[in-house]
Ligand binder design. Structure first.
Ligand code: GLC
Ligand code: CA
Length: 554
């Protein structure tokens, strides 16, 4: 049998060599979108006390860390990714004391907490931006953002041809304090999200101080929003072609992935390393290639980056094998762990994305995709609700939608609300235990038939998606050959089937995935540990049903 080992670097990191693997190298990190997780006070919006009350649920699920999307003071023009005060909790989510309690309780359970950091832009209600508007052209505060005079006879045209990720020009013209039409400011996202000017030293100082503020509160790491966007090409040159960059896109443009960003991350790494324990940063970096992404993860920069190539790969064995190989080689080259992710708050939930219009098939594939992801070396990200097999909500009425991309859409699909619908916890009718009241509100409406998908309905049901996730995460913890390490050994298999081995000092393990629409017979590699469908291990072969994954110990 031919075997191909994906491994470019044989050396080990100091922690691996000393036998103490760094926690983040194979951590399973659960993303909480606070508005939609659990509402403690019945206003229809999830909040920090709601999350705190559900920490035991996350602990039982078996994840290692929780990443919280932004809960800072914000007018919520972009779901909190428009921060007005980086050191305050928005009253809608609670208080700093609630944050402190949440961090403390999480740690008591052995869960780490990662918070979102949004350094590319702030809210137009941030004090610096309000002051910059008040002070007028040429003022020092304007220097912390990208203000420019417009083009055209009266400055009526934007300074360059950059487009907002959410549609329309990336520039908005302001009215000066004297009432005249004035300068334009840059916003790569919504007009309510002015971009910081990272050429300005005050911006650097401010963010190092914000890092320390949250590190002092005891958090274990940061998820760095739009990590590739901070530095813009000198002179803000035109892109020179149309073609709007999509969310998570990979085009080379003068406002993304400029080499200057790396100096910023080196300085942040020095701050992180000042703190005891292993405090980490994970980059949301959309770059043209996985090799460019790996640059953010050199040993003196950040720790991990989301693998959007993997998320964007369809249900196709050859393409998945290719992206797995490319990811492992690129990450091994900089001694960083690979990461794997299938869903987040910006994309269509994978049970719907992989369904091809058939919900039952979507759920089968979603579970198989999860077993595949959890068998790969590195760190895996789970988005809230995927452990319940939640589908994307595709029929939200326009009047309840809040995604700014929906309102400015020009090519961007603008449908990020469908993956942000509040979680169903219990009961037979909305809000399904999301809030305390039996018929309380929820900021987005939940489908009436979600009673069968609640945590309470799935708990204890061996056939449920929730119990499947719990078992998978428990097995992953028991078997160090899953997750840990940095290599996989591909095994031969028929077309449309992925099969690979993972070895560790304490045992070996095989993962087989049938991505075809029909049953396939494979040599039985060992003892069945876990399968996403009914599988009867046979000798010498076992039949894998369509869209099914199996873990074997060997
Ligand atoms: C990131 C976030 C997304 C947000 C954008 C602007 O891509 O994940 O939700 O809209 O940054 O902050
Ligand atoms: Ca609330």
């Amino acid at each position: 049998m031919t075997q191909h080992v994906t491994d470019t670097v044989a050396t080990r990191t100091p922690a691996e060599a000393s036998g103490r693997p760094e926690w983040w190298r194979d951590a399973v990190i659960y993303q909480v979108y606070p508005r939609s997780f659990a509402d403690s006070n019945g206003d229809g919006i999830g909040d920090l006390p709601g999350i705190r009350a559900r920490l035991p649920y996350l602990n039982e699920l078996g994840v290692d860390a929780v990443w919280l999307s932004p809960f800072y003071a914000s007018p919520q023009a972009d779901g909190g990714y428009d921060v007005a005060d980086y050191r305050a909790v928005d009253p809608m989510f609670g208080t700093l004391t609630d944050a402190d309690d949440l961090i403390r309780d999480a740690h008591a359970l052995g869960l780490r907490i990662i918070v979102d950091l949004v350094p590319n832009h702030c809210s137009n209600q941030h004090e610096w931006f309000r002051q910059a508007l008040r002070e007028g052209p040429g003022s020092p505060l304007r220097g912390r953002f990208h203000f420019r005079p417009g083009k055209g006879a009266d400055g009526e045209l934007p300074p360059n041809d950059w487009e907002s990720i959410f549609g329309g020009p990336a520039w908005t013209r302001v009215t000066e304090p004297d009432g005249s039409p004035g300068e334009w400011y840059l916003h790569l996202f919504a007009p309510e999200q002015p971009d910081f000017n990272w050429d300005h030293p005050a911006v650097h100082d401010e963010f190092r101080s914000i890092l320390r503020f949250w590190l002092d509160m005891g958090i274990d790491g940061f998820r760095v929003d739009v990590a590739h966007g901070l530095v813009k090409a000198a002179g803000l040159p035109d892109v020179g072609h149309d073609g709007q960059v999509k969310l998570l896109g990979t085009q080379a443009v003068p406002y993304f992935d400029q080499d200057g960003v790396h100096e910023i991350y080196r300085s942040w790494r020095r701050v992180l390393d000042e703190y005891p324990g292993e405090r980490i940063a994970v980059a949301e970096a959309w770059t043209p290639t996985v090799e460019r992404s790996a640059l953010y993860l050199r040993p003196d920069e950040l720790h991990q980056a989301f693998n959007f190539d993997y998320l964007g790969t369809g249900w196709n064995a050859a393409e998945l094998r290719d992206v797995i190989d490319r990811s492992l080689s690129a990450m091994n080259a900089v001694h960083a762990p690979a990461t794997w992710v299938l869903s987040n708050h910006d994309v269509v939930r994978h049970s719907t994305r992989l369904a091809g219009g058939d919900a039952a098939r979507g759920l089968r594939r979603a579970r198989a995709a999860t077993l595949l992801m959890l068998a790969l070396p590195g760190s895996a990200y789970v988005y809230q609700g995927e452990e319940l097999g939640l589908p994307e909500v595709v029929d939200l009425p326009d009047e309840v939608r809040q995604d700014p991309a929906f309102f400015r859409s020009s090519g961007q699909d603008g449908t990020r609300d469908g993956c942000r619908v509040p979680l169903p916890w219990s009961g037979q009718a909305p809000p399904f235990g999301f809030g305390p009241a039996e018929q309380g509100p929820s900021w987005l409406p939940q489908p009436a038939d979600w009673g069968r998908l609640t945590v309470a309905a799935q708990q204890g049901d061996g056939a449920s998606t929730l119990e499947f996730y719990r078992r998978a995460l428990a097995v992953r913890r028991e078997h160090p050959a899953l997750g840990a390490g940095r290599r996989i050994t591909w095994l031969d298999g028929p077309e449309g089937v992925l099969a690979f081995r993972r070895d560790s000092g304490s045992g070996s393990f095989v993962c087989t995935v049938n991505l075809t629409g029909s049953p396939v017979a494979l040599p039985t590699p060992g003892t069945l540990l876990l399968a996403t469908a009914d599988v009867e291990p046979g000798a010498p072969t076992t039949v894998l049903p369509a869209d099914c994954a199996v873990w074997w110990s060997v």
